[in-house]
Ligand binder design. Structure first.
Ligand code: FAD
Ligand code: MG
Length: 299
């Protein structure tokens, strides 16, 4: 999935780790937009031709993602595949597309042209050339599922890190407070360089940002979060948003939506949602948080 995935557990249960490894391998085969043989790509290849029956997990994620895409039309959109494929940001062949290419791709990202048949678990992309991309939501779903899997193995405490999605579950057994500490990565520095930390109970921490998956061309920075209204990488005052929530899938959606909202409106939005909080970092390095979050800056 273009990242390093790690599990930290308090007990030695190789069977459970193996099960998570196999789960993720299978999940990648189903959900990847970068593997022509995946279930998801079967849907994309049938765009404008016919509906495709998929397994219930993939159907359920697509259904939720389509609902969120309709709710947050101007930001989160899983039908953005044609634009993601045009820019290829994060891959060896990333480039700035021609304006005409962007204009054509923008014609193919209409979320209302994704037809779902719940009873048959069928997905139909109504126009030839449409493509779903679950890159902004799939890892959140996987994280939520991994907790269920680990609990099945009797593991009730630990940390799952899917690269940008960290989920702590149960209690932290190495400190008396039993709270977890989640580091907030600096958007512009190497992995592991923290600007602050959040103390919390079991929660998901999902980050969307422009600092890691990007490239420079003619003095401009092009990053991987694409604005469905322009077809170009999002431009506003924010560099990164980390959302704390109980569901990692929901955190994924909100981290993207909050990033689009900009710092002031993003804070307003997240403050209104019960049991969700966030840490926002502006392009100038300013850090702001929602209320009710235990954040400590690291000097
Ligand atoms: P998020 O902010 O959560 O999501 C950004 C990603 O969502 C973008 O990279 C793009 O894919 C998509 N996106 C962009 N703009 C929007 C928008 N406005 N609304 C909705 N979605 C948007 N990376 C590789 O380098 N190689 C691989 O082979 C590879 N395979 C993957 C397979 C799977 C199953 C998954 C889930 C990811 C894979 N990735 C791979 C990584 C993927 O390409 C994304 O970069 C990654 O999922 C982004 O996650 P994030 O948490 O960094 O960013
Ligand atoms: Mg996301």
């Amino acid at each position: 999935m273009g990242t390093v995935i790690s599990l930290e557990l308090f007990e030695d249960k190789p069977d459970a780790v193996e099960a998570v490894y196999h789960y993720l391998q299978k999940a990648e085969k189903e959900f990847s937009a970068n593997d022509n043989c995946s279930e998801l790509m079967r849907i994309n290849r049938s765009a404008g031709k016919q509906p495709v029956t998929v397994n219930s997990n993939l159907f359920s994620v697509i259904k939720q993602a389509v609902e969120f895409s309709k709710e947050y039309r101007t930001s989160f959109n899983i039908a953005l595949g044609p634009l993601v494929k045009l820019w290829r940001i994060g891959f060896a062949d990333q480039r700035v597309p021609l304006q005409s290419e962007i204009k054509s791709a923008l014609q193919l990202i209409d979320i209302d042209s994704v037809e779902l048949d719940e009873s048959r678990h069928q997905v139909y992309l109504m126009n030839y050339g449409m493509e779903l991309d679950l890159g902004a939501i799939a890892k959140g779903y996987f994280a939520d599922q991994i907790i269920v899997l680990l609990k099945y193995f009797g593991i009730n405490n630990g940390i799952i890190n899917l690269g940008g999605n960290t989920v702590t579950f149960g209690v932290n057994q190495v400190v008396s407070s039993h709270l977890w500490k989640v580091g907030i990565q600096s958007p512009w520095q190497y992995r592991g360089t923290m600007v602050g930390e959040v103390q919390c109970r079991a929660c998901s921490a999902v980050t969307s940002g422009i600092g890691e998956r990007n490239f420079q061309y003619k003095g401009r920075l092009y990053h991987h979060i694409i604005d469905p209204q322009t077809g170009y990488p999002l431009e506003n005052d924010l560099a990164q948003v980390t959302i704390f929530s109980s569901s990692s899938l929901y955190g994924e959606v909100l981290s993207t939506v909050a990033l689009f909202s900009g710092i002031d409106n993003g804070l307003l939005l997240i403050n209104q949602i019960p049991n969700v909080s966030g840490v926002f970092i502006s392009k100038t390095g300013r850090i702001r948080t929602t209320s009710g979050i235990n954040f400590k800056a690291i000097a």
